[in-house]
Design a protein around this ligand. Structure first.
Ligand code: ADP
Ligand code: ZN
Length: 639
């Protein structure tokens, strides 16, 4: 239950975690509880166990876990479980007609049977189904079975996938048994869903983004993690820096429930767990109705530029193909994973680049807003066309979605064009409007960042183009190839989802890159084998556990010194498992200089002990006068 306790001059709301009759060490002073807010528990014992596990595993205070786990309303002392504020839980209460689930096709039926069989000895199953194989139908089938047995189901999707496309589909089948829980649902509604689950009622399927794992779902029969490879399942900031897939599996295990991880492009972690026999495996290799996977064509930009066969950032073959598709009355998706007009402004004479005053990041040109914007901290400034150093001209370099939009409108003045990126989806319903308009074919060409790759289904898209694949490949991360493969395969998966085979055109300066061979043949297994070999050779995950320590301070000398001190102590305990002090790719962010230290720990090692040693070294470092006010935290299983 929640209680109010005095802390310093403040009164704080907390949860009773355990009972003590006397102080357990002499630095502790006991305070009286001023007020008990609840008449019945607001948190279950299972939840407290999960919180404790998160706190231990992800090396963060349990209070941080509580802040993330409890809905905002529950942290407000005015809220009462009993006198409920009549929040309209389902402002969109479903009154339409319920439809039976679609009949499964042979492949889906086979997959469902396999899933049921495999669950008997593998509580976690990876459902590896190519794009548009109809994974949603398989989920619906599994959910129906659970609800019939009176069990609850938790269905996790990446935040962005929570559009009406999926919600509408599920609502038609499950009606008011469907609860939707994500950041765009109001605080009142979130609290009401929490309350319903806590007090227990008829079986529900809770569809939610990663934070839904914190709901007190009782009698859990099944947890589905759709698009399990999605990096957005990992919370970056603030703590707890948890991975919702790991929490989901833990939660299911705790309650004896089953887990289904679904994707067309498994994370290497999950793939590895299948290889080692830890997870069960069920595959669907065909698209629904036997449609062919899209045909992928590479366009060599070096050659195109050399021959001057380019229009702006579009190679001639791509322009021709777009023209044909439009003439055919079909739709096009153009993918460029950068928003804004151009990623940087550079002086034509001295090559100076315009940078954010607070971050080690170049300012992105946003033509529509007539501003330069830092994508790290949001700082904006007016567009400078004169170099502050030499007085010569500053010109935009590279290209983002805005520039593509301008170029396509010049190339195809008659086409109806829409753009989907963070800038065009700031308001609550923007994202929905863009998708609806494109679904209704009121738009011919949709330009977008990776938002357009996420599980969307459009009937009329016959061409998808990736404008600059090199920018996806060359990311400073050990996962950059894995991400690139996933992104390309997912974006390609939007093409030709009904009717004829779709086409994908990938523009790149490096068409012979090994990754494209695998993408072209949709060869996930080949790619995964190749990449796992590399990971093994370099002692990277999933062969080793990774923990990254991050240090921050506004003074560079201080943070560097602290990092060196900490690194030396860690090296004494962990030897070769510790990296040197790393300068991250963004070495200064929001006025803080950043340093990192990375640890790789054997899978079979005692991580509890390792984490304890790490925590001790961090505490020791923080206690040094020269390290005063340095911020140090850990990121376990960083992405
Ligand atoms: P995935 O999630 O595997 O990419 P979806 O579940 O979105 O694929 O299915 C792709 C399309 O095929 C959807 O429009 C879906 O309604 C349709 N579909 C799949 N299976 C069936 C089925 N058994 N009956 C009717 N339509 C289906
Ligand atoms: Zn900045």
């Amino acid at each position: 239950m929640r209680v109010v306790v005095p802390l310093g001059h403040k009164q704080m709301v907390g949860i009773v975690y355990a009972e003590h009759t006397q102080p357990w060490n002499d630095t502790i002073a006991l305070r009286d509880i001023l007020l008990v807010l609840d008449t019945q528990p607001i948190v279950t014992l299972d939840q407290l166990h999960l919180w404790q596990w998160i706190s231990d595993y992800y090396m963060c205070p349990i209070g941080d876990v509580m802040s993330a786990a409890l809905p905002a309303k529950a942290q407000d002392r005015q809220y009462s479980l009993d006198a409920r504020t009549r929040a309209r839980v389902r402002s969109h209460k479903y009154t339409g007609v319920l439809e039976p689930a679609h009949a499964l096709d042979a492949q889906q039926q086979f997959a469902c049977n396999q899933i049921t069989q495999t669950w008997s000895d593998h509580p976690v199953i990876l459902l590896h189904g190519v794009t548009s194989s109809g994974k949603t139908e398989v989920y619906i089938h599994c959910i129906t079975e659970q609800l019939a047995q009176g069990n609850n189901v938790l269905y996790l999707v990446p935040e962005i996938a929570l559009t009406t496309q999926l919600t509408t589909r599920l609502e038609r089948v499950f009606g008011n048994q469907l609860l939707v829980y994500h950041s765009r649902v109001s605080d009142g509604q979130r609290m009401e869903i929490y309350r319903q689950q806590l007090l227990g009622s008829t079986p529900h399927v809770v569809l939610g983004a990663r934070s839904a794992v914190f709901l007190p779902v009782r009698q859990l029969g099944l947890v589905i993690v759709d698009e399990e490879h999605e990096p957005s399942y990992k919370q970056q900031d603030p703590a707890p820096r948890y991975h919702a897939r790991s929490l989901a599996i833990w939660l299911a295990n705790q309650q004896g429930a089953h887990t289904l991880l679904g994707t067309a492009t498994p994370s290497l972690e999950s793939w590895y767990n299948v290889q080692t026999g830890k997870y069960g495996y069920v595959a669907m290799t065909q698209r629904y109705q036997g449609i062919q996977l899209p045909q992928i064509t590479m366009v060599d930009l070096t050659r195109q530029y050399h021959r001057k066969e380019m229009y702006g950032h579009f190679a001639d073959p791509l322009v021709d193909r777009i023209r044909e598709v439009l003439a055919d009355g079909k739709q096009v998706i153009l993918f460029q994973n950068r928003r804004g007009y151009a990623p940087y402004m550079q002086c034509v004479q001295c090559a100076q680049v315009c940078k954010c005053p607070d971050c080690d990041v170049s300012m992105t040109l946003h033509q529509r807003m007539r501003q330069l914007v830092c994508h790290c901290c949001g700082h904006t400034q007016t567009i400078t066309t004169v170099c502050p150093h030499c007085g010569k001209e500053m010109k935009p370099h590279g290209f983002g979605t805005e520039r593509i939009e301008d170029e396509i409108m010049t190339l195809f003045p008659g086409a109806r064009v829409s753009r989907m990126d963070l800038d065009t989806t700031r308001k609550k319903d923007d994202y929905q409007h863009i998708i609806d308009a494109f679904s209704r074919h009121e738009v011919d060409i949709l330009i977008g960042t990776q938002m357009v790759t996420k599980g969307l289904h459009f009937e009329q898209v016959s061409l998808v183009a990736v404008l600059h694949a090199d920018s996806i490949l060359n990311q400073p991360s050990i996962r950059s190839y894995e991400r690139a493969f996933q992104m390309l395969e997912q974006v390609a998966g939007r093409a030709g989802r009904s009717g004829a085979q779709g086409q994908v055109i990938i523009q790149t300066f490096d068409p012979s890159h090994f990754l494209f061979q695998y993408v072209q043949t949709h060869d996930y297994e080949g790619f995964a084998a190749h990449e796992l070999n590399e990971r093994k050779a370099y002692c990277f995950p999933p062969y080793y556990r990774q923990i990254t320590l991050i240090l921050k301070h506004p003074n560079e000398t201080r943070v560097q010194a602290a990092a060196q001190m900490l690194q030396q102590r860690l090296a004494c305990s962990f030897g070769q498992r510790v990296s040197g002090v790393i300068l991250p790719s963004i070495a200064r962010a929001q006025r803080y200089f950043v340093r990192q230290i990375s640890l790789r720990i054997e899978l079979h090692a005692n991580t509890v002990k390792a984490k304890k040693i790490i925590t001790n070294h961090i505490d020791w470092t923080l206690a040094q006068p020269s390290c005063k006010s340095v911020i140090i935290y850990s990121d376990v299983d960083p992405m």
